[in-house]
Structure formats: structure tokens, C-alpha cells
Design a protein around this ligand. Structure first.
Ligand code: AHM
Ligand code: MG
Length: 333
């Protein structure tokens, strides 16, 4: 049972027995993500000081090279997961291929793979808007003791054992699920501890917010255009409010708390939409379903899609159940 003000560390230990396999490996893995999140948070918070501490590609006054934040976040997550010898493989938005974690001393004994988008929405960094990290965790399907294979990463979203995100916002939060609901933890930056602040998070069944990049409107399929017009019509609780940060994690987080739908449809410019199935849509879809919401590509449940490649893109409609169903209804017409 989630208790408010519990620390994330305590929560992980207390809930370990709820996992299907209780070797403690998944707990250690979530603990490493917690650690990497704190390190990245520290760096993200300094981003505005770029004129003072030096820009990307420059050497700062202490003689340190300044790195682009998405590259930095990628390195931190990979380093943390690799050094602690916890996973057998990692795939990242920042890497063309998956990384085999070569645990020589343990001979590929690790059972989990992690897929991450280390810094989603990173174009927002320059303007001091919230960004996030998204992660997705699976048990490998190939035998332990052998190097990890592509098929370990190309699993359907329904096979995820855990997923979550970190939002580096007005406060920094880590929100995750292991298939037993969704819990949100807020970082107290003064002491570097995450506390349970949002136990058992749920999407309201209905919402009043729609989030979509309307600049792409003329390129959207007719069903999507009609749904957007429906959102804008005066009728009952409509028109809805439009809110689009352009940072998936933040848009999702707000919609989960307030009720809403996030959409990144296909368009005549991007036939498969923009977002990546494995490390953006699947983890968000798992969280959405665990929080009583829904996620679809417009036709099909996201978590049922059979992945074909690591960086595959899919159209994405995610949020309050009744809103996603309504959008699907428009797209079927
Ligand atoms: P990124 O992984 O390159 O940061 O792109 C993903 C982001 C999402 O966070 C956001 O919702 C979307 O791209 C915004 O795209 P657009 O600017 O096309 O509306
Ligand atoms: Mg991304």
C-alpha cells in the first residue's frame, strides 16, 4: 500500500515482493534509474547558466568540456546501468544500435533490457521548458548466459515489466509502474531524496484538454481534423482547452492529472507520425493503461503492436479513456 511521504527507496523495497520474479534485480535497476535521474536533474537545472559556465562544445572555466544535454543524459543513464552491472542490454534514442552490456565476470547473467529516451523534448532546453526521460524495461527472451539479441528489444509493449518517466519541471518527479498502478515521487532537491507525492495516479475518464501540434493540421488525416473540430465545437462541456508544450512527458503528466488527450497523428509529411514506439509510446502506453487511461495508434492498442525495428515510429493517441475512444471513433469514420 502506497504511503504518502515514503521515500522512493523505501517504496521499492516494500513493494519488491509484488514483482513476479523477486531476485531483487528489478529493484536494483529502478534504483539505478533513480540515481541517474538525480545526476541528470542536477545538470538540467544548470542549463540556463550556459552564458556563465560555457556553451556546448566549449571548455568551461574549470577546464571541463560542455556537452549537449541530451548526449550527457544518454551517457549518464548508460554509464549508471552499465557500471552497476544490472542489465544485459540497453537501447536508446541516441544510439543507432542496441548496446550489449558485457558482464564478463557474470557471463551475461543479467535478465533485463532497458530502452530509454534519455532527454525527450530536448529542443525545449534552450527556452527553460520542462523536458523528461522515458524508460521501458523488459525481461530478455533469449537464454541467460548468452549475449543479448535484437529480439530481446523487439517485444510487444504488453510484455513490459516496468516503465516510467522523469519530468524535470518546476519540480522534478519520477513516475513509474511495475504493473501495479502508477506512483509519482517528487525530488526534494535540498537533500536529493524522492518522496511519494502522487500515490496511485489515475487519468480522469473524461477530460477537457487536447494536446496536438496544430501547426500540422492541414497535413492530418480527415478523421483527426474532424476530431479536432469536435474538440473546438460549442456543445455541452466543449469547447475543450488546447494545451501543447511539445514535450511528451510534460503533456502526458499534465493530462494524467487534469484529464486530457495527447495526439501525434500520422500526416502527409510523416506517414508513421513522429514518436518512437519502443522508448516513447510503449512506456507511456503502459503507464496510461495502469492509470486507467488508454493509448492507441488510432486503430490498434499500442501495447499490441509487434515491433519490427528499434527506432520504429507510430501515430500516438493517449490519455483519458473516453477521449481516446472518441478520437478513434472519428478516425474509423
Ligand atoms: P524528441 O525525441 O526529438 O525530443 O521528439 C519528441 C518530442 C515529444 O516530446 C513532443 O511531444 C514532440 O516531439 C513534439 O514534436 P513537434 O515539435 O513536431 O510538435
Ligand atoms: Mg524523444
Amino acid at each position: 500500500m502506497a504511503k504518502k511521504n515514503q521515500t522512493l527507496g523505501e517504496f521499492i523495497i516494500e513493494n519488491q515482493s509484488a514483482f513476479k520474479y523477486t531476485s531483487g534485480e528489478l529493484s536494483r535497476l529502478i534504483n539505478s534509474i533513480r540515481l541517474a535521474a538525480k545526476v541528470v536533474n542536477h545538470e538540467v537545472n544548470k542549463a540556463g547558466l550556459v552564458d556563465i559556465i560555457g556553451a556546448v562544445g566549449e571548455t568551461n572555466i574549470q577546464g571541463e568540456d560542455q556537452q549537449k544535454l541530451d548526449v550527457y543524459a544518454n551517457d549518464i543513464f548508460i554509464e549508471t546501468l552499465t557500471n552497476r552491472n544490472i542489465v544485459c542490454g540497453i537501447a536508446s534514442e541516441e544510439e543507432d544500435d542496441f548496446i550489449t552490456v558485457n558482464s564478463q565476470d557474470e557471463n551475461h547473467q543479467n535478465k533485463y533490457v532497458v530502452l530509454i529516451d534519455p532527454l525527450d523534448g530536448s529542443s525545449n532546453i534552450d527556452v527553460n521548458v520542462s523536458v523528461g526521460t522515458i524508460f521501458s524495461i523488459y525481461r530478455r527472451v533469449t537464454p541467460v548466459g548468452t549475449p543479448v539479441q535484437m529480439e530481446d528489444f523487439l517485444q510487444k509493449g504488453s510484455q513490459q515489466v516496468a516503465a516510467g518517466y522523469v519530468v524535470y519541471g518546476t519540480s522534478t518527479m519520477l513516475v513509474y509502474t511495475t504493473g501495479h498502478g502508477v506512483n509519482g515521487f517528487t525530488l526534494n532537491p535540498a537533500i536529493g531524496t524522492f518522496y511519494l507525492s502522487h500515490p496511485e495516479m489515475q487519468f480522469p475518464e473524461d477530460g477537457k484538454i487536447y494536446s496536438v501540434n496544430e501547426g500540422n493540421y492541414i497535413h492530418f488525416p480527415q478523421g483527426v481534423k474532424n476530431y479536432i473540430k469536435y474538440c473546438q465545437e460549442e456543445d455541452g462541456d466543449r469547447p475543450y482547452t488546447s494545451r501543447y508544450i511539445g514535450s511528451l512527458v510534460s503533456d502526458f503528466h499534465r493530462n494524467m492529472i487534469k484529464g486530457g488527450i495527447y495526439m501525434y497523428p500520422k500526416s502527409s509529411k510523416n506517414f508513421d507520425g513522429k514518436l518512437r514506439l519502443l522508448y516513447e509510446c510503449n512506456p507511456m502506453a503502459f503507464l496510461a493503461e495502469q492509470a486507467n487511461g488508454k493509448a492507441s495508434d488510432g486503430v490498434q492498442r499500442i501495447l499490441d503492436i509487434e515491433p519490427k525495428e528499434l527506432h520504429q515510429r507510430v501515430p500516438f493517441f493517449c490519455g483519458s479513456k473516453n477521449m481516446v475512444e472518441k478520437a478513434e471513433e472519428f478516425m474509423r469514420k
